[in-house]
Design a protein around this ligand. Structure first.
Ligand code: HEM
Length: 218
């Protein structure tokens, strides 16, 4: 690996740390203000949560697509493997930051009741528990995969790859959650966005399976 690549990786790590740290700090602060009742009656928390949810979905989608491009070896000549893997991790980590913000900030909303336990534990809340759980499962699985990057050497490449399949479960669970619970899901632009992004993931998944089979029989 060249020095420039090492520098870029270091820089990506710093930007990543800053972004995730900032998201979580802002989430903690806003959720704290809301949970303590200081903010009073306002819909700001709900709007903030919805916006962060959409950003989290887009980032999670980006991470899945990036991972599929990596494993299908599409655009390999133009993209350099160590950096592309970093970008995949980066997108996934920032998605986790936004998803955590999206859930935690709901603690401030006075209309929906979301104490900390209901945000963190699947099926623990009273508001649409199954649909909320799909989002929580998406978040927890994404976090598990992010941690697995660090433990990659310890658990071995084969097991790590098998574990990585959970990334698909995380994505489809998050999509199901977003489409079925979202207040904006009826809007044509958002439906087009969900259709286009899910279609892209389906296409690349089939491409990946076919490419893998072709390589195995060659
Ligand atoms: C990977 C994880 C997640 C993603 C990508 C995600 C994404 C989304 C998106 C896109 C929406 C729709 C926003 C709208 O159309 O208004 C949404 C709604 C919602 N999410 Fe999540 N979410 C995730 C995790 C969570 C978690 C952990 C919770 C925990 C409480 C949660 C609770 C909710 C609730 C209550 C709504 C409904 C808000 C409304 O009334 O529109 N989500 N989510």
């Amino acid at each position: 690996m060249t020095t420039t690549e090492l520098d870029n990786r270091g820089l990506a790590g710093v930007v990543l740390g800053a972004l995730v740290g900032l998201s979580l700090a802002v989430a903690g602060f806003i959720a704290g203000v809301g949970a303590s009742g200081l903010a009073g009656e306002t819909t700001s928390f709900w709007y903030l949560s919805r916006a962060a949810g959409l950003v989290a979905y887009a980032l999670l989608w980006g991470s899945v697509v990036w991972g599929l491009l990596l494993s299908s070896k599409i655009g390999q000549a133009a993209l350099r493997p160590p950096l592309t893997l970093d970008a995949h991790q980066f997108l996934s980590n920032v998605a986790i930051g936004f998803a955590a913000f999206h859930g935690l900030v709901l603690m401030g909303d006075r209309y929906l009741s979301f104490p900390l336990q209901a945000v963190l534990v699947p099926f623990a809340g009273s508001y649409k528990p199954v649909l909320v759980a799909a989002g929580q499962i998406g978040l927890w699985l994404s976090l598990l995969l992010s941690i697995s990057f660090v433990l990659r050497r310890r658990i071995g490449q084969r097991r790590w790859r098998q574990l990585h399949m959970l990334g698909f479960v995380a994505y489809w669970a998050a999509l199901l959650h977003s489409v079925l619970i979202g207040s904006d899901s009826h809007a044509p632009w958002l439906q087009a966005f969900y259709l286009a992004t899910a279609g892209g993931v389906l296409f690349l998944t089939f491409y990946r399976i076919l490419a893998f089979r072709q390589r195995a029989t060659a």
